[in-house]
Design a protein around this ligand. Structure first.
Ligand code: FAD
Length: 300
């Protein structure tokens, strides 16, 4: 289908972009990778009067470690994550996630910030960012604020972002020593959104006890789901088979799946249980310096 008519502006600075969003009273839309927005326009699921294209704003395409965190700028593409030496070395869960998003063509355009800003429960980065306890820097007419990922996703395509704000950066705190994570996704075919997926990030003490855990679920509810009970259960325990199995049950219990063409609610809940156990096992191995190649999903 053909989108309804819209105006197109391509500001050269963030200030200009924010001013344009404000001037249109929340009706304008940011255009970054366009991999979700353009299909929505064509299907007329969105008909904004104005698109504010941020692609010509210089200096936003970075993936870099600075001040104790990995920082991902608004114009960093999924493919940039895959190429980043820092991500490959220290954030295998992010590499797992980027590698299972769509296909290489989409990943060359789609941005990480757009992936979270979109608020689609089928998108893969939101759960990973919750597991990593990341936060999102938002710039608007009232200035800049930082929103924790764990407070960002409010409902189906609804986030804490105001219509006149731009996500300028994702901030992922550097994991402490003995940390590891994994993202596992079941998809019907390569390029599909998840039937269900699980992000797990753990930190172990020198005896193998779990001192920190982050677990979140993709596409089994109206928002990404933060599996808090499963995280709590892991604390101060070694990640042995029994503990992992019980945490996986708790993660499955936190899911809110509904039946659709990807399967029944019961099936999806069990997929969460299986993937959570596998993701926790891989995360624990990575925390011990084993299994660091970042290809848990068999892709890439
Ligand atoms: C065939 C196909 C398969 C896909 N499969 C997957 C998949 O398996 N997993 C997955 O996670 N995603 C998938 N996607 C979605 C893709 O990753 C999207 O690109 C991504 O969700 C949005 O990023 P974008 O940069 O393209 O944003 P856009 O499409 O440009 O924008 C999406 C929305 O976010 C807003 N927005 C974008 N950037 C910002 C910003 N910096 N600040 C504020 N608001 C912003 C826009 O206004 C718009 O409402 C798929 C897309 C396609 C076309």
């Amino acid at each position: 289908m053909i989108p309804s008519a819209f105006d197109y502006v391509a500001p050269a600075t963030l200030d200009e972009a924010v001013a344009l969003l404000g001037a249109h009273g929340g009706e304008a839309k940011v255009l970054s990778g366009g991999q979700s927005l353009i299909p929505m326009l064509k299907l007329r699921l969105a008909s904004p009067p104005v698109l504010v294209d941020i692609n010509r704003i210089p200096g936003l395409d970075y993936v870099e470690e600075r001040d104790g965190a990995l920082r991902i700028g608004a114009l960093a593409r999924e493919a940039d994550l895959e190429r980043s030496a820092a991500v490959r070395a220290r954030y295998p869960i992010l590499l797992d996630t980027a590698r299972v998003i769509a296909d290489p063509l989409v990943r060359n355009s789609a941005t990480v910030c757009g992936n979270v800003a979109h608020g689609d429960p089928g998108n893969d980065h939101p759960a990973t960012m919750i597991a990593l306890d990341a936060s999102f820097v938002a710039r608007g007419p009232r200035g800049t604020r930082t929103i924790p990922a764990r407070e960002f996703f409010l409902g189906l395509f609804a986030t804490a972002l105001a219509p006149d704000e731009i996500v300028t950066e994702v901030v992922v705190p550097a994991p402490p020593p003995r940390s590891g994570g994994a993202y596992l996704k079941l998809e019907r075919k390569v390029g599909d959104y998840a039937t269900a997926a699980v992000a797990a990030q753990v930190t172990l003490d020198e005896h193998g006890g779990c001192v920190r855990a982050g677990i979140a679920l993709t596409n089994v509810g109206p928002t990404p789901i933060h599996a808090r009970s499963a995280e709590q259960f892991l604390l101060h325990k070694p990640l042995d088979a029994g503990t992992v199995a019980q945490a996986a049950h708790l993660a499955a219990a936190a899911a809110e799946p509904v039946e659709d063409r990807r399967g029944s609610a019961e099936y999806k809940r069990d997929v969460v249980r299986v993937l959570a156990a596998r993701a926790l096992r891989i995360a624990a191995r990575r925390a011990q310096g084993l299994d660091t190649n970042g290809s848990s999903n068999g892709r890439g």
